[in-house]
Design a protein around this ligand. Structure first.
Ligand SMILES: Cc1cc2nc3c(=O)[nH]c(=O)nc-3n(C[C@H](O)[C@H](O)[C@H](O)COP(=O)(O)OP(=O)(O)OC[C@H]3O[C@@H](n4cnc5c(N)ncnc54)[C@H](O)[C@@H]3O)c2cc1C
Length: 328
């Protein structure tokens, strides 16, 4: 590991003021420190933002404002989150381990790097994300965990966060502060698909700090929501497929449905096409399956992950069927 300086920011303005080139913000360090240790990322200075004020409070509009330094465990346990946004609690608790959730922050979770094995194999594998132009060994390699939607010739890595799948389903907005001032970006637009530049993973600019996340007021489909994660081990494993789903019904027909998929792309995948197909329909298994198949029509599986298409179909169907059953 290369030596680096360390300073604890006193407040957000201090953090942004200290963010020069070579500086990295440090959250809980559960991803960044590993990457520094393996010389996959370099930093001359770390600005610790994990001890900045971190609260969860209601917004004026009836939504929720969550500071970026809030720990994953605290967010999952918060009574307003559990009651109004159950999908978020479930997604957080499906991630990592209790110890890691106690350390990991909201800001760091959003910016965690992919778990593609070839990305981490600094000495042995080609990776365009790590070294643009080098090639991608995952395409023809062990790609069981890789993308089926939105990938490119350059990169097939997935975004590993469970929390972000729930945030995508909730229409969360990310608040940022940087040298050019403050701005907000919908989570749906925050992470980038790889295209020809897989090294560009988000719309974050140099020196910008994630200050918080805002959740809109919960709709009926949000208060009746669920997160289901399918993985190789029942705990402490990243998603093969995950589904954040929410459903509202009136007179036996879908009035609102929300579906986001994890484990399928370089960003949480909001299944808008499937949602549109389901509104106004009775939520039968056949209708749900037909809707998710419309979403997955563009799926391009790799040699080792064609099973993800069927798995996504079955998981979405199971989640929405259960939600419909609970509401009947
Ligand atoms: C063994 C293991 C298993 C795991 N399993 C899962 C899992 O199943 N599901 C899952 O979702 N995650 C899982 N994780 C990942 C874990 O959730 C992330 O490591 C964690 O969320 C990162 O948060 P952090 O605060 O520690 O970020 P850090 O490691 O501190 O930072 C990560 C990145 O975010 C940047 N950053 C941090 N805060 C800010 C900010 N406020 N503004 C701008 N940039 C910032 C850092 O510079 C860095 O680039 C696992 C991790 C490990 C080690």
């Amino acid at each position: 590991m290369m030596p680096f300086g360390y300073v604890r920011a006193t407040d957000r303005a201090d953090a942004v003021a200290r963010a020069g080139s070579g500086t990295r913000f440090l959250g809980g360090g559960t991803n960044l420190v590993d990457l520094l240790r393996q010389n996959m990322e370099q930093a001359s200075n770390l600005v610790d933002v994990s001890r900045l004020d971190g609260s969860i409070r209601e917004s004026h509009g009836g939504g929720l404002l969550i500071d970026a330094s809030v720990r994953n465990a605290a967010l999952a346990a918060h009574p307003l989150v559990r009651r109004r946004y159950p999908v978020l609690t479930r997604a957080l608790l499906a991630g990592a381990s209790a110890q890691i959730r106690n350390m990991a922050t909201v800001g760091g979770n959003i910016l965690q790097r992919t778990r593609c094995l070839y990305f981490y194999d600094v000495d042995g594998a080609r990776c365009n994300k790590r070294q643009p132009g080098a090639g991608c060994d995952a395409r023809e390699g062990f790609n069981r965990y890789h993308a089926i939607l939105g990938a490119s010739d350059q990169c097939v890595a997935t975004h590993p966060s469970d929390m972000c799948v729930a945030l995508a389903m909730l229409d969360a907005v990310i608040h940022l502060s940087g040298p050019d001032g403050e701005r907000s970006v919908p989570l749906a637009d925050f992470h980038a698909l790889p295209n020809a530049t897989p090294q560009v993973e988000t719309v974050l600019k140099q020196g910008e700090l994630i200050t918080g996340v805002e959740l809109p007021p919960p709709s009926d489909a949000v208060t009746h929501s669920e997160y289901r994660k399918v993985r190789d081990r029942s705990s402490y494993a990243f998603a093969l497929i995950s589904v954040a789903g929410g459903l509202a019904l009136a007179d036996g027909r879908v009035t609102e449905v929300r579906i986001a998929l994890g484990g399928v792309a370089a960003k949480p995948w909001r299944a808008r096409r499937a949602e549109t197909a389901l509104v106004g329909r009775a939520p039968s298994r056949d209708a749900i399956l037909a809707a998710i198949r419309e979403e997955l029509v563009d799926a391009r599986p790799l040699s080792g992950n064609a099973f993800k298409i069927g798995l996504a179909e079955r998981t979405v169907t199971a989640v929405l069927t259960d939600l419909a059953g609970a509401r009947a």
